[in-house]
Design a protein around this ligand. Sequence first.
Ligand SMILES: [Zn+2]
Length: 261
Amino acid sequence: MAETRSALWQDYTWPELQALAEAGAAVIVPVGAIEQHGPHLPVSVDSTCVYEVARHAAQAVTEFPVLVAPPVWWGVSPHHMGFAGTITLSTDTFIAVVSDICRSIGQHGFRRILILNGHGGNASVVNVIAQRLSEQKPPLWVAAATYFTMIAQDLQAIGESDFGGMSHACEMETSLMLALRPDLVHLDRAEDDMRGPWTSFFGWDMRVGGTVYYAYDMKRDTNQGVIGAPSLATTEKGQRILAAATTHVASFLREYQAMPV
Ligand SMILES: [Zn+2]
């Protein structure tokens, strides 16, 4: 199945998936969010972006099979509920759903599972999921990562905005959507919002990790649900961001595959 290999879990039959498990396939579980992304981007941004990054990374790895599980569309987004369209899971529900998905995949014999996250509100929670699964008896070992955290250094080179310009529905996410789904981007409605943060300790920009966590409220803390500078978004930046994310996720998968599990 080398040339035409699909990366998508849902495209296979059970005997094929059994064979893929026996062949040592890695599995990416993309987790996103359905939440407001300002007046210029659809609510699907986080799920669309992480699913596309996962698909590109899976195709980039040719040394062993990589599958992409059906994405978890909903994430932990209570801080976005002040704007219409957001559909959130509670933290406990999200933990339960993603854990059950990982347990199912693990039960079929897949030994390398990566929860790949595309939403800031899920970032600390996916680490908790990996931790909890390692504590069950017998343990299930999974890796967890947020794709835009993996490319923070690349974003420093790509971004032109001031600090705070790459945060939410921002220079970064708008660029990536221009590369992936330009039909869903309404640049004429994009409005920059550079008000935050109140303290430089918060992770207010994808290029700089914060050292203090704070669960803010988008309705209170933004004008229209944007944090950043979508006006600086371009398709070319989006292509570079996609390439960087693909490279980093694929590199991790290769090192993960070489690791004893
Ligand atoms: Zn987002």
